[in-house]
Design a protein around this ligand. Structure first.
Ligand SMILES: Cc1ncc(COP(=O)(O)O)c(C=O)c1O
Length: 386
């Protein structure tokens, strides 16, 4: 019997999203406009941030955050190698240098002690991520930055629901960058949000978001608006659309529901995988710490006790229709970083070990607990077959 394929992270799109997007399509105003303003305001309120700017991607949010921080040529930004391309790439967009530091062996997040060792006179900012939704150690990184006059910018692509010691991600760093890419906990297809406590950063990012113009199209078009604008510096085309924002507004209303569903899925996985040999369950923060894991990813570790290595297990699962992924193959071992930044094997042992051992399993609010049990059964079959 053909097994039903299980995707990695399908989005949850309901009739409400279809209705909201259709209403924008019928309205005659498709780009950055009233729905985007509303989305910014509601997202800002959800997070508890001071300023929120909707942009075309999480990558754009990272780029604008670093530009607003004044990161430029010759500056260094300390970040994690265990991340997606965009985190370090945004540093390169500003002609600055990404300086990697190793990660915590359990959480996979930037290790503050390792980051500290990489600080030089050229360091301008520290850029952690909340890997898979697990809160980065923002308290230690915040102290490290404030004592040295560095900016703390966090990549919260996985972390809409994350709390660090009771504080919501988006209220801690100098800027926080969210992604609404299609696999994220809140999706607009493509999109992102930059939040910051600094009014001047928000103003500058708003100008850079749209060609360096002092006013956007909706400012000029809306009732009372005038058509003129000035260009005050070279900017980018990073604005989003009301189509995407309408989708985001509906997704926002289901954020907590999606989180609860993923918690149930996480529990079901923990139970179903418990007796599989060499499968180490994902770490969980201590509930008393005030840390909250957003559970964006469910990534197990394949240890030496598993009869199959990580890649063989992933290949076996693929044959049985189960999609998996690796978050992440460390960036310093990619050709670009080997060639231009001296990346080499053995440089960041913890990131490299996690890069070899982690396997991300199908995980989404679209899935009920039966999907976790089904994936675990197929894993058992692959392991028993050897
Ligand atoms: C950790 C991390 N940072 C940044 C990004 C970039 O986000 P986007 O795809 O919206 O540009 C992603 C997206 O996958 C991500 O996972």
């Amino acid at each position: 019997m053909e097994l039903k394929p299980i995707d990695l992270s399908p989005p949850v799109i309901t009739e409400a999203e279809v209705e909201a997007v259709s209403a924008v399509l019928r309205s005659g105003w498709l780009t950055h406009g009233p729905r985007t303003r509303e989305f910014e305001e509601k997202f800002r309120a959800l997070v508890g941030a001071s300023h929120a700017l909707a942009v075309s991607s999480g990558t754009a949010a990272l780029h604008l955050a670093l530009a607003a921080a004044g990161v430029g040529p010759g500056d260094e930004v300390v970040t994690t190698p265990l991340t997606f391309a965009a985190t370090a790439e945004a540093i390169l967009y500003q002609r600055a240098t990404p300086v990697f530091a190793d990660v915590d062996p359990v959480t996979g997040n930037l290790d503050p002690a390792a980051a500290l060792k990489k600080i030089t006179k050229k360091t301008k900012a520290v850029l952690p991520i909340h890997l898979g939704g697990y809160p980065a150690d923002m308290a230690a990184l915040g102290t490290l930055c404030s004592e040295r006059g560095l900016f703390l910018v966090d990549d919260a692509a996985h972390a809409v629901e994350t709390l660090c010691r009771g504080r919501r991600v988006g209220t801690i760093g100098d800027a926080t960058c969210f992604s609404f890419y299609v696999n994220k906990n809140l999706t607009t297809g493509e999109g992102g949000m930059l939040v910051t406590p600094h009014a001047d950063w928000a103003r500058r990012a708003a100008v850079l978001r749209l060609h360096g113009m002092d006013r956007d199209a909706w400012d000029r078009y809306a009732a009372g608006g005038t058509p003129g604008y000035d260009i005050i510096e070279p900017g980018y085309k990073y604005n989003t659309t009301d189509i995407a924002s309408a989708l985001g507004l509906v997704q926002l209303t289901r954020i907590e529901e999606g989180y609860r569903r993923r918690l149930e899925l996480r529990k079901a996985y923990d139970e179903a995988l418990a007796d599989l040999p060499g499968i180490e369950l994902p770490p969980r923060p201590d509930a008393k710490s005030g840390d909250r894991h957003a559970w964006h990813l469910y990534a197990v570790r394949i240890t030496g006790e598993c009869p199959l290595g990580r890649d063989a297990l992933a290949a076996g699962l693929r044959e049985l229709g189960v999609a998996t992924s690796v978050h992440y193959h460390p960036l310093h071992l990619m050709t670009l970083y080997r060639r231009d930044f001296g990346g080499r094997e053995g440089q960041f042992p913890e990131a490299e070990r996690l890069g070899r051992e982690r396997l991300t399993l199908p995980f989404s609010a679209a899935y009920g607990p039966e999907v976790a049990r089904d994936v675990a059964e197929r894993m058992r079959e692959v392991i028993e077959r050897g």
